[in-house]
Ligand binder design. Structure first.
Ligand code: RM4
Ligand code: MN
Ligand code: MN
Length: 432
């Protein structure tokens, strides 16, 4: 196996960091004094960030689109190996995104060994594998037009189950430990299908995939309210997802994609519920204003992201032994350079975590216990109001990343270089 060779010049990152370090240290120490007065050690928060990591979606490196159009970006990846290269750039600068989540068959480039070697040579590992039965693959025998795991035809269900099992086998070879199953199954018209029978069929199919899980693996069930189905969706919400996960067994858990809920749903409460019943499997981070918008994490509702992490910090304190959610970014970058969006999102997520760690838990519990509503709220607000940029940047710097990731990325000239090297992509409608 070849030696690890990250894509960007180390000297460039080092020289830019040298320019930014004095200011960062000054800001870090100044924030340290503020937090010390509150009885909180900044180094302890930074330490927690040093062991925090996120997965990147291979599909997030390409420019997305809407059902109307896709506007290609010169130099965007055209092949799995190029997607990996871009993930390696994100990882080299952010140092918080060391794993890539592949999507099959999109990322199928032959044998898993070649994929693994390529990733290892770039300093990356693999996270959960994702199956895809929400569209028809080229040369596929039967169509998913009317569903996959919940299809009325047993032969279509068998094909979808087979594909999921093949994903698990690929994942084993790649060193993954989980399969994420999101299906588009559902209906557009009342009466189109039996709401009960379609769930039964899903449960039966899911059980066959579950039976193929290697020991130590998780099956992450991802719910989504609507789209592509607009009247009913088989696994539409956390309730359906949790009932399915409970029926399947201990290796099945629920995955929360932040964009997959009705507007204004209290997602942080869902986090608490799922954890309470041992079914909190993981997250797809993104942000939204209207639906499954897949916007950059923290760009629309950073407060919600903070409240989600507030529940996560509390969940870990309650039961540290069985706390192990999988964190991943799942976004569609339509009008930005995807590398910049991934860098900015990784930063926003780490920042939300840092803020949640700043919450004075003892005081919060006391105020909650005494029904001091205003002070309980102020305890959260106080942590949320802290600008944690210096902690996040210092942790990144200590891990070998860039202090200012987007500036370093722009200075590296990566995209213009790739625009010369990579072939052009088309403007066909992208993934919604
Ligand atoms: C879905 C869902 C899945 C992702 C696909 C591409 O809306 O979020 O996680 O695999 O999009
Ligand atoms: Mn998702
Ligand atoms: Mn989605």
């Amino acid at each position: 196996m070849s030696a690890t060779a990250p894509p960007l010049s180390r000297d460039l990152i080092d020289s830019l960091n040298a320019q930014n370090l004095a200011a960062l240290q000054d800001e870090y120490h100044s924030l340290g004094r503020v937090l010390e007065r509150r009885g909180c050690a900044i180094d302890a928060i930074k330490q927690r960030l040093l062991s925090f990591s996120l997965a990147q979606p291979s599909w997030g490196t390409g420019v997305g689109g809407t059902r109307f159009a896709r506007f290609p970006l010169a130099g965007e990846p055209t092949h799995f190996n190029e997607k990996l290269e871009d993930c390696a750039v994100v990882q080299q600068l952010s140092r918080i995104t060391p794993r890539v989540s592949p999507h099959f068959p999109w990322d199928k480039i032959g044998d898993a060994r070649a994929m693994l070697e390529r990733a290892t040579s770039l300093g990356l590992r693999f996270d959960a594998v994702n199956s895809n039965t929400f569209q028809d693959a080229p040369r596929q025998a039967l169509s998913y037009r009317h569903g996959s795991l919940a299809h009325t035809d047993a032969a279509v269900r068998a094909q979808a189950i087979e594909h999921n099992i093949e994903c698990i086998r690929m994942g084993e070879a790649l060193g993954s430990k989980a399969i994420t199953v999101w299906i588009g199954d559902g209906t557009n018209f009342p009466g189109q299908q039996s709401l009960s029978s379609s769930l039964d069929r899903y449960l039966e199919s899911a059980a066959q995939i579950y039976a193929a899980l290697p020991p130590g693996w998780s099956m992450l069930l991802e719910h989504k309210l609507y789209e592509p189905a607009f009247y009913s969706t088989v696994i539409s919400d956390w309730g359906s997802s949790m009932l399915a996960a409970q029926q399947l067994g201990p290796q099945a858990r629920c995955l929360i994609d932040l964009g997959h809920h009705a507007p204004n749903v209290n997602i942080e409460q869902i986090v608490a519920r799922l954890h309470r019943f041992g079914k909190l499997g993981g997250f797809h981070f993104n942000d939204s204003k209207y639906g499954d918008d897949d916007l950059d994490s923290g760009s629309i509702n950073p407060h919600q992201l903070f409240l989600v992490f507030n529940e996560l910090v509390e969940a870990e304190l309650r039961s540290p032994a069985d706390f192990d959610p999988a964190y991943m970014i799942d976004q569609s970058h339509n009008v930005t350079d995807p590398i910049e969006s991934l860098l900015s999102s990784a930063d926003a997520i780490a920042g939300a975590y840092a803020r949640a760690l700043l919450v004075d838990r003892a005081a919060l519990t006391e105020y909650q216990q005494g029904n001091d509503v205003m002070m309980a709220f102020q305890t959260l607000r106080r942590a949320y109001n802290v600008d944690v940029t210096p902690i996040v940047a210092m942790a990144r710097y200590e891990r070998g990343g860039a202090i200012d990731t987007i500036a370093a990325y722009r200075q590296s000239g990566w995209r213009p270089r790739k625009a010369r090297e990579r072939r052009a992509t088309s403007s066909g409608a992208g993934i919604v």
